[in-house]
Design a protein around this ligand. Structure first.
Ligand code: R1P
Ligand code: URA
Length: 249
């Protein structure tokens, strides 16, 4: 029989109803420090998983690596555990000038520029977050007090592809910018589509890692690191709000 958790390699009962997913495995312990009694419960490929408690409820954090295929596999396998609510804490490049390094973005939906989700379902199926998760993230951002924005992002399959054919890609970017897309990253489309199909409640908070300037991009730095810590706090606070509101159980 195929192991339904072949890649993430966790026991289903070791995963909480609330799961934070991050791209970078180096971010897992940074999130887990906000849980009480956090322990490693899985470590295979890009999928490093810790579980602990928030407000007495079992909560997990798992890394998913980079890109839609790895996210889709992670979500498929998480859906065979106790997981019910999945929130991505990720990093992103700004498409709009008002987004500054370290700002948080609460993501309501994603433009599906990936290849994975079209193998699941037609492009008309929307990549959207659960409204209760979005609402909890917004309330959490007010409490944590980081500068934040709410809106849609583009989820692409290629980090460097935009540099390969600047004309084609700058045309696409111009369209997305004009259409009000806030920023670009690589996994939320897969999280929202596969999570939606599997009946999970999903949401995401990103931190701006690359800011737009007159002469290109400004990358990372201390403001980004401070903002990332705040975004982690926003996700944990949102889980507290959802637990208090009885969402997820
Ligand atoms: O920092 P993470 O969560 O990995 O998010 C962003 O960073 C990676 C690219 O550098 C992609 O995975 C993109 O989505
Ligand atoms: O996926 C990403 C993340 C940060 N910046 C980008 O341009 N793309």
């Amino acid at each position: 029989m195929v192991d339904p958790r072949y890649h993430i390699r966790v026991n289903p009962e070791d995963v909480g109803e609330f799961v934070i997913v991050v791209g970078d495995r180096g971010r897992v312990e940074r999130v887990a420090k906000y849980f009480s009694d956090a322990k490693k419960v899985g470590d295979n490929r890009e999928y490093l998983t810790y579980t602990g408690y928030v407000k007495g409820k079992k909560v997990s954090v798992m890394s998913t690596g980079m890109g839609a295929p790895a996210m889709a596999i992670g979500i498929e396998e998480l859906a065979t555990t106790n997981a019910k609510v999945v929130i991505r804490v990720g990093t992103t490049g700004a498409f709009q000038k008002e987004l500054k390094l370290g700002d948080s973005i609460i993501v309501t939906g994603a433009v599906r520029l990936d290849g994975t989700t079209s193998q699941y379902i037609m492009p008309e199926y929307p990549a959207i977050a659960d409204f209760r998760v979005v609402s909890a993230l917004v309330r959490a951002a007010e409490l944590v007090k980081n500068r934040y924005h709410v809106g849609i992002v583009a989820s692409t399959d290629s980090y460097y592809g935009r540099n390969f054919d600047p004309e084609r890609h700058s045309h696409m970017e111009k369209l997305l910018v004009k259409a009000g897309v806030l920023a670009v990253e690589m996994e939320i489309g897969a999280l929202y589509v596969v999570g939606g199909i599997k009946g999970l409640k999903t949401g995401a908070v990103l931190t701006v890692r690359e800011e737009l300037s007159e002469d290109g991009y400004i990358q990372a730095g201390p403001k980004f690191e401070e903002g990332l810590e705040k975004s982690i706090q926003i996700a944990v606070k949102a889980i507290e709000i959802l637990i208090e509101g009885g969402v997820g159980s």
